[in-house]
Design a protein around this ligand. Structure first.
Ligand code: BGC
Length: 757
């Protein structure tokens, strides 16, 4: 009882102090806004680029005098304490009201020290590690003058043709929500005003990952039922975790582009979810409303503001048209005031009014950015993100002896190791795969290497795929000649490691693909290497699920290493040579071919379910030419050891709103290596007023088992785990029968039934 009272008192004190904080903030901002002209208020809504990394046309010119005139609220893609201090000085010394600038950056998977791409981070299923990666990124970025991260990207995607699937946590609602929370906590800590924390920006609101045909920036059209159950929860989870800002998406949603979508930005975001932070558009998204067909710049800027958008990224439509719209009665001062207040509040919460130079500390920048400790963490996380897709006859791990030939276009390209959106990485200083491996293996293993083939046979396509400094050497000879020479190198080795796949810019923004195989010329190389009869390990670089049907059938071992960040090479050596046992599991389904897309584990049953026999079944929901099953299911990933799962035990088989069911399962390490396993819990609602997915992830636990060891894993199931939105958007659980599944991936599971009363 004492404890309960104590907890209540602490909660009350906390509530009172945050109330006092916010009334202090309100008072401060009221006073400041009372002094501001309309032009100065509109100026705060203008976010311009500092030009270090851009994904479109840059509009703003004459930045310095705009700052002096109070026409810029924020700048992104600018770094270093000295440059930011200099710029901040203009704002706080030369503008009339001395309002500091907020500095943003795409801090997506690390800053100078780069961690695996987000899809790889998610594959660790390790929320502590993911949070630590964001914490380190924030330590480094804030030391470099930045206080606002355009991350996490929480867009669910079930279409690997979409290149930006690499930037999110994959296809699952529950897992993406957990990852979103971890990243927000990592960036923001528990005090946004601290010198080493930064404001998170959840993106891209909303449904950006559901672009038709997987083509970037394309339209989405989705039922509310699907939106609320499957696509919206990760945004909400990130906001509930305290994210201070949110970014609108480029796409059209059921006929209204997100950046002008009042239902989304005001009804859902503000009214239903109670969000009280800053809404910023994506890059020139206001201007793009013209191409969407919503009007001229003045009209679309007014629409966007009225929809609930506060800050305009890059396009300057707000800056150049809102005053006119106000004078003509086309927008209300209230809307401008609202938007301005949210911008000022963000600055207040970051402590910028107290100390505009809080994030500019040369000495801290020098001592922590890219520190050895950060690199050690990056190496650990990279190794844990790798997914062992195949390991026939224990081809891996390798022995640390003899000669290994590392062959392929990704073998010697340091700049490609960090992956897409590593805008603050030192690309030229990043070790290549071969360099990283050599530094770990020393002279124990003799390493030979060869380009093997070009990244892509088509030089134009290669040019796009290696932009932003991510070069890969191009050999002008015929592909056959390069391959023939590589084969000679392979013949001198005991083992061949084929370093193949995508370059980092073949995924990420504006990198949609209609075919998802390893490029044809690289496949030819792989076939030639296999034909030598040497054992071949495929080390696969990719930012998305690829179609690996042929490779799975012919290559003895496949290790998917995504883009592992700064320490990729060392981490690959750690895993290939057995110092670390692989434990990553994919969070987006790998299809057998492109025609299966969209393919995801949490699908509906249909009225004519397919029996998964592998063969075509007439008058069932399946294809004539490919099975419904994926090549690798969601949650899949092998280990060097084996795990055996017992049957599930339930402590009771009925549930009501006041009780819970405990499900237990024993897991044994039955192989030869100590290793980590991710135990996954899925639930299926068997009967409902609306159709429900065949399985939905509802929990997972990472355990470490020494060889021969057994552990019991327990999951508690409560009514909240069974709730969903019905077609009237009521959030409820319906009584009836449910199935519980526990297993090593979404396919290989044990099951048990229970009833909700
Ligand atoms: C991307 C965003 C990014 C922004 C700023 C846009 O092109 O869609 O994810 O945060 O650029 O760089």
């Amino acid at each position: 009882m004492k404890k309960v009272v104590g907890t209540c008192l602490i909660a009350l004190a906390f509530w009172q102090s945050s109330l006092a904080q916010s009334s202090k903030m309100d008072k401060f901002i009221d006073q400041l806004m009372a002094k501001m002209t309309v032009e100065e208020k509109i100026g705060q809504l203008n976010l311009v680029t500092g030009g270090e990394a851009t994904t479109g046309t840059t509009v703003s010119t004459d930045v310095e005098s705009k700052i002096q005139r109070g026409q810029i609220g924020g700048i992104f893609s600018m770094s270093t304490p000295s440059k930011i201090r200099q710029t901040q000085e203009i704002a706080v010394k030369q503008s009339r009201l001395k309002i500091p600038i907020i500095f943003g950056m795409d801090v997506i998977h690390g800053y100078r020290t780069v961690f695996p791409i987000p899809l790889g981070l998610a594959a660790t299923w390790d929320m502590d590690l993911i949070q630590q990666s964001a914490r380190i990124a924030a330590e480094e970025a804030t030391a470099d003058g930045i206080n606002w991260a355009f991350s996490p990207m929480v867009d669910i995607s079930r279409d690997p043709r979409w290149g930006r699937i690499s930037e999110g946590a994959g296809e699952d609602t529950y897992l993406s929500s957990k990852v979103a929370e971890a990243i927000v906590h990592g960036f923001q800590g528990n005090n946004l005003a601290a010198y080493n924390t930064m404001m998170a920006c959840v993106k891209h609101f909303a449904l950006y990952g559901a672009a038709e045909g997987g083509r970037d920036y394309n339209s989405t059209d989705m039922s509310l039922h699907r939106m609320y159950n499957e696509y919206l929860p990760p945004y909400k989870a990130a906001l509930d975790a305290g994210a201070g800002s949110i970014m609108t998406s480029f796409n059209d949603i059921n006929g209204v582009p997100a950046s002008a979508n009042k239902w989304l930005m005001t009804d859902v975001l503000r009214k239903q979810w109670g969000f009280k932070g800053l809404v910023v558009t994506d890059y020139t998204a206001v201007n793009e409303l013209m191409a969407h067909g919503l009007g001229d710049l003045q009209q679309v800027s007014a629409l966007s503001l009225q929809a609930g958008v506060d800050m305009d990224m890059v396009g300057e439509g707000f800056l150049t048209t809102l005053k006119k719209s106000l004078d003509e009665g086309k927008v209300k001062l209230d809307d401008i005031n609202r938007a301005c207040r949210f911008v000022l509040e963000a600055k207040y919460k970051l402590g910028l009014f107290e100390d505009p130079y809080r994030y500019c500390n040369e000495q801290r920048a020098q001592s922590i950015i890219g520190s050895p400790a950060h690199h050690e963490k990056a190496r650990e996380i990279a190794a844990k993100s790798f997914v062992l897709l195949k390991n026939e006859n224990q081809a891996l791990p390798l022995k640390k002896s003899g000669t290994v030939a590392v062959i392929g276009p990704l073998a010697n390209s340091g700049p490609n190791m960090p992956g897409t959106w590593s805008v603050s990485a030192e690309l030229d200083k990043t070790a290549s795969l071969v360099e990283g491996m050599k530094s770990v293996l020393g002279n124990k293993v003799n390493i030979l290497t060869h380009l093997g083939s070009n990244l892509l046979a088509d030089s134009t396509y290669q040019k796009h795929a290696t932009m932003f400094g991510r070069t890969i050497a191009r050999d002008p000879r015929k592909e056959e000649d390069i391959i023939a020479e590589a084969v000679k190198t392979a013949q001198q080795a005991d083992i061949v490691i084929a370093a193949l796949g995508e370059s980092s810019e073949m995924s990420g923004e504006s990198s949609s693909r209609s075919e998802l195989d390893i490029p044809k010329n690289q496949q030819d190389l792989l076939k030639a290497l296999l034909a030598t009869g040497k054992p071949v390990v495929l080390v696969l670089f990719t930012g998305r699920p690829l179609t690996l049907t042929w490779e799975d059938a012919h290559v003895p071992a496949i290790l998917n290493v995504w883009f592992g960040g700064s320490e990729t090479g060392k981490a690959v050596a750690d895993v290939l040579f057995g110092d670390i046992v692989p434990s990553g599991k994919i969070t987006a389904t790998f299809p057998r071919n492109v025609g299966q897309i969209p393919i995801y584990y949490a699908h509906k049953n249909t009225g004519r379910p397919y029996g998964n026999s592998g063969d075509f079944e007439k008058f069932k929901s399946n294809y004539l030419d490919v099975s419904n099953t994926p090549l690798y299911p969601f949650g899949y990933g092998l280990s060097y050891t084996t795990f055996t799962y017992s049957d599930i035990r339930l402590d009771r088989n009925t549930l009501d709103s006041n009780s819970s069911i405990q499900a237990s399962i024993d897991i044994s390490n039955t192989g030869d290596y100590d290793a980590e396993e991710t135990v996954q819990l899925y639930i299926q609602d068997l009967v409902g007023s609306v159709t429900r997915p065949v399985k939905e992830l509802k929990g997972f636990q990472k355990i470490f088992l020494k060889k021969g060891e057994q552990k019991t894993v327990k999951f508690e199931i409560q009514i909240k785990d069974l709730k969903f939105y019905d077609n009237n958007l009521n959030y409820l659980a319906e009584p009836g029968d449910f199935k519980i599944y526990i297993g090593t991936n979404s396919r290989d599971v044990k099951e048990k039934e229970f009833k909700l009363l």
